[in-house]
Design a protein around this ligand. Sequence first.
Ligand SMILES: Cc1ncc(COP(=O)(O)O)c(C=O)c1O
Length: 377
Amino acid sequence: MAEEFIPVSRPHIGDEEIGAVAEVLRSGWITTGQRCLEFERRFSELVGSRHAVALSSATAGMHLVLRDLGIGAGDEVITPSMTFASTVNQIVLAGARPVFADVDYNTLLVLPRDIERRITDKTRLIIPVHFAGAPADLDAISDAARGIPVLEDAAHAVGTLYKGRHVGSRNMALFSFHPIKNITTGEGGMLTCNDEETVKRVRLLRFHGIERDAWKRYGTAADPGYDIEEPGFKYNLTDLQAALGLAQLDRLSWVNARRGEIVRRYQEAFSGMEGIDLPGVPGYDHSHAWNIFVVKVTSVPLSTFMERLSGRNIGFGLHFPACHTLRYIQDRFGKADLPVTQALSGRILSLPLYPDMDDVRIERVIEAVRDALRSGG
Ligand SMILES: Cc1ncc(COP(=O)(O)O)c(C=O)c1O
């Protein structure tokens, strides 16, 4: 009989989450309302930002921030190629040009010096990624940026600290609550931001351009009328999702501690092993949220390694196919000079990592990796 499938990720949903969502279901108000406000308040408290705006996804937030900054044709946005395609899609859909910066081989974090050398008079925004839950070097990036706005991609980074402060507390950051992330709302995202004007505009654009959201118009006895100064989108988070998010926030320290324990087991088991390079961690003071555990496979082709893990009924992820290699990016923008990202492309793979992995599952993954490397090319 085949052994049970071990997925690359699985959210921890307990009775508290189910109870919180059921309560909203019974309440008569299930879309954006009081739970959302509470989730925003708790999240900005966690991060230490002045504001937080709940959204249907981090991708939606990327769209709105690019729009708020007026980024479009003729503009350039610098981001690593080693990121999720959603960011690059939004840059291209806004009409701008993505300019890719290279990453460090060990940490997969964007190199501030490489950002600096790619800045031109067209650069309007820099989007570093807190890859896998490790913080990018924000001090060095803000020095390199010389006043150009920085939007932190904190999709992997709920619970990540950089030099003692939560990432996303400086000005703008986007977090994701997709089910693979450290906390989930099913789908969802959050913009943290300290700038009043940006927050005001994003709040408007999040919901059709209507100043007063549905809660204020229909959840109370107030006048339900509205006017629109600028047309917006439909990117709000529901109270059903926010209730799930609030219950998940209560678990965050346990979830991240458990992720760290599993990572330590992997590190001990794989350290010194031929054919696999482990994720490095930054040299500066930080706390890692370990959203994903990305290894580099150096002894066997990645396709062979994946086949062998599949043969053991073990799931894995690809974070990420480098964006500069995507067909439409190559067709529109040509080749990019990214030696490290290029070398990593086709070598990296994410191993299963989620808080409910027990010892038996951890050992199964370790054994499967060991065997997949041992069997040679
Ligand atoms: C690095 C990175 N940025 C952005 C996103 C987009 O997040 P969302 O799925 O919430 O739109 C993801 C999602 O997986 C991601 O991994």
